[in-house]
Design a protein around this ligand. Sequence first.
Ligand SMILES: C=C1C=NC(C(F)(F)F)=NC1=N
Ligand SMILES: [Mg+2]
Length: 214
Amino acid sequence: MFTKPSIYYILGTPNAGERDPLKLLEEALKGGISHFQLREKGMNALTGQSLKEFALKCQALCRKYGVPFIINDDVELAHELNADGVHVGQEDAKASDVRARVGDRMMLGVSVHSVEEAAEAIQNGADYLGMGPIYGTKSKSDAKAPSGVSKIIQVRERFPEAPVIGIGGITADNAEAVWEAGAAGIAVISAITEAGNVQEEVQKMVASYKGAIL
Ligand SMILES: C=C1C=NC(C(F)(F)F)=NC1=N
Ligand SMILES: [Mg+2]
């Protein structure tokens, strides 16, 4: 499910600015991302039928490249589209309710900020844990203060079997510390979305894993 180094691209139309989100996604897929999450939130976020149509296009692209298509927050949309996964935060639907709703086939990701939250998420059927923000982020308006990799290290010690995805301000240049903390993957929004050459940026992130002392 999360072979190292997993590069988990997250995007919503508000993040893309003037760029075409579907072109960004296809370039990232060509560059070698291992997972994609549609996270449609914030200013002018799509809703209803236009969100569904956009989600279907993203899902079709992911399918073309054999990459799991995961939807953030919107459990009903994930269920309706038979997405490969759904990701929920602490303030979203409870992981146990989501698992009951989507069944065992769908990947379930949960954002956690402590060993206690990690324990509860795993107990409730989480397949992977999103942890951050590692560094400062501009992609999440209500992000907590950056915590570095210390919490990832704690969770890895306590739950060595649980895949942890680091998120928050991660770039090819600062990813090494996240790999060294034992993350199975890094989640990225801006560094890929704003890259001059998207494919190259993804390849640099994959290469950052080889540079890490593991
Ligand atoms: C808030 C989030 C935290 N982590 C993740 C993921 F990278 F998927 F684990 N996605 C989110 N939307
Ligand atoms: Mg959420």
